[in-house]
Design a protein around this ligand. Structure first.
Ligand code: S3P
Length: 430
C-alpha cells in the first residue's frame, strides 16, 4: 500500500501511543508460564505480539485478546503442550528468540518458522548458549550461521554462565528464560546494559533474580505467580512523534504514559545533546517499569552529535528516526558501533541511507553505522519501506519536514508495531 505524506504546518499536540512491544511479548510469555490468570492491559495488538499469542495458544494456553486487553490462563512452568504444527513467529525476532529459550526447557520437539525477513536473521546467537545448556537445535546453517526454520528438542537443561558476544536483550532474555528450567543458577554477562524488561517482569512475578554490574543471575525452578500487568506506551513508537516535533518548525508534542526505562531512553539523551528541550512529567513506576509523559519541542539550531558505545543498545530501534533528525542538524552526525542494525527487519544501515538519499539527504553507509551530513533540505520522492516498520515510520517523519509530498510504498508494515500509525499521524499532525 502506498501512503502519501504532505509537509506539515507547525503543530502542538498531546497524545498516547500503543503499548510497548517488548513488554507486551514478555507479558504474554511470562503470564503463560505463571500459575493463575493474568489480566494484561495496554497490550500492543500489533502483528508481532499477536504472533506471540498464537504460538502460546498452539501450546495449549488459553488466551483471549480484545484490543489492548488480554487474559491469559497460565499453566505454570511445565504446563505447555507440544504444538501440532510449526510455531509461526511471523516477522518477530523477539518471539523467535525468547520462545526458543522456553522451548529448550520443554520435554517435546517443536519447529519455529517465520516470514522471509525472519528466516534471513541470524539464530546461531541463541543456538550457541542453548546447545551449551543441553538443548538440541537443528536447522539449516549457511556459513556457520543458523536460520529459521529450526527444530528444538528440549529436555534436561544445565545452568551456565554465558558472556554475550553482542549486546542483545533478545539473547540475554532467551538464556534467562531457559535458566528457569534448570536446577541451578544461570548467569548472563552483557557487554553493555540492554533493555531489562525480562528481568523486571520476572522479578514482578516472583522469580529469583539479581544483577551485579553487567551480570544477571536467575535461579531455576522458582514458580511464577500471576499478577495484573499494565503495559506502558512504547517509547519506540513515541519516538516518531517526538522526532517530528524536533524538526517541524515551531512544533511541540507531549506523549503521555510512555515507558522510560533507562535502558530504553537513549533517544531522549541524544535529542537533548542535539539541543532540543525534552522534559518528563508525572514520573511513576508501574509493574516495576518507570513511566512518564514526555514533551519535546522544536529548535531551529539542531547540533550534530556522535553516537557510539554504551548508548547504542539504549536507542538501537530509534536510530533510523534519529538519522532523519540528524538531516536537519548543520554538520556531520556520526553513528558508530551499530553493526546490529544490519540484522534487524531490514539492513537498517543500508535502507536508511538508500531511502533518505532519495529525499535529498546527504549520508553515507559505514561498516558499523553511518555518517549524516546534515543541513540539506529534503524534497518529495517515492520511497519504500523494505517491509520494515521502523523504516516506514521514519520516512513518514522525514516527509512531514520535507518541502514537497513523499509517497511511501509498502507502508502497511507499520502494523507490526504501530497499528493505526498513519491515522494517528493525520489526526494530530496536518
Ligand atoms: C528487543 C531487543 C532488541 C530490539 C528489538 C526488541 C527485545 O533486539 O532491537 O526490537 O524486545 O528484546 P536485539 O536484542 O537483537 O538487540
Amino acid at each position: 500500500m502506498d501512503q502519501l505524506i504532505k509537509p506539515t504546518k507547525s503543530f502542538h499536540c498531546t497524545l498516547t501511543v500503543p503499548g510497548d512491544k517488548s513488554i507486551s511479548h514478555r507479558a504474554v510469555m511470562l503470564a503463560s508460564l505463571a500459575e493463575g490468570t493474568t489480566e494484561v492491559t495496554g497490550f500492543l495488538p500489533g502483528e508481532d505480539c499477536l504472533s506471540t499469542i498464537s504460538c502460546f495458544q498452539a501450546m495449549g494456553i488459553q488466551i483471549q485478546q480484545s484490543g489492548d486487553h488480554v487474559t491469559v490462563i497460565g499453566k505454570g512452568l511445565h504446563g505447555l503442550t507440544a504444538p501440532a504444527a510449526a510455531l509461526n513467529c511471523g516477522n518477530s525476532g523477539t518471539t523467535t528468540r525468547l520462545l526458543s529459550g522456553i522451548l529448550s526447557g520443554q520435554p517435546f520437539s517443536s519447529t519455529i518458522c517465520g516470514d522471509d525477513s525472519l528466516q534471513s536473521r541470524p539464530m546461531n546467537r541463541i543456538a550457541l548458549p542453548l546447545r551449551q545448556m543441553g538443548a538440541q537445535i537443528e536447522g539449516q546453517e549457511k556459513n556457520g550461521v543458523l536460520y529459521a526454520p529450526f527444530t528444538i528438542t528440549g529436555g534436561h537443561l544445565s545452568p551456565i554462565t554465558y558472556a554475550l558476544p553482542v549486546a542483545s536483550a533478545q539473547v540475554k532474555s532467551c538464556v534467562l528464560l531457559a535458566g528457569l528450567y534448570t536446577s541451578g543458577e544461570t548467569t548472563v554477562i552483557e557487554p553493555e546494559p540492554t533493555r531489562d524488561h525480562t528481568e523486571r517482569l520476572l522479578t514482578y512475578l516472583g522469580a529469583s533474580l539479581h544483577r551485579e554490574g553487567n551480570a544477571i543471575t536467575v535461579s531455576g525452578k522458582t514458580p511464577l505467580t500471576a499478577k495484573p500487568i499494565s503495559v506502558p506506551g512504547d517509547i519506540s513508537s513515541a519516538a516518531y512523534f517526538l522526532c517530528a516535533a524536533a524538526i517541524c518548525q515551531d512544533s511541540s508534542v507531549t506523549v503521555q504514559n510512555v515507558g522510560v526505562n533507562p535502558t530504553r531512553t537513549g533517544l531522549l539523551t541524544a535529542l537533548k545533546q542535539m539541543g532540543l528541550s525534552v522534559t518528563l512529567a508525572h514520573e511513576r513506576t508501574v509493574c516495576g517499569e518507570p513511566v512518564a509523559d514526555i514533551t519535546c519541542s522544536y529548535t531551529p539550531n539542531l547540533r550534530p552529535i556522535t553516537l557510539q558505545g554504551a548508548i547504542i543498545p539504549t536507542l538501537i530501534d530509534e536510530l533510523p528516526v534519529l538519522a532523519v533528525v540528524a538531516c536537519f542538524a548543520k554538520g556531520d552526525t556520526i553513528i558508530a558501533g551499530a553493526q546490529e542494525l544490519k540484522v534487524k527487519e531490514s539492513n537498517r544501515i543500508r535502507t536508511v541511507v538508500e531511502e533518505l538519499t532519495k529525499l535529498g539527504a546527504h549520508l553515507e553507509e559505514t561498516e558499523d553505522g553511518m555518517i549524516i551530513h546534515g543541513g540539506y533540505p529534503l524534497h518529495g520522492a517515492l520511497v519504500k519501506s523494505h517491509m520494515d516498520h521502523r523504516i516506514a515510520m521514519s520516512l513518514a517523519v522525514a516527509a512531514l519536514a520535507a518541502q514537497s509530498p513523499v509517497t511511501i510504498a509498502q507502508s502497511q508494515c507499520v502494523d507490526i508495531s504501530f497499528p493505526g500509525f498513519f491515522q494517528q499521524l493525520s489526526q494530530f499532525i496536518r
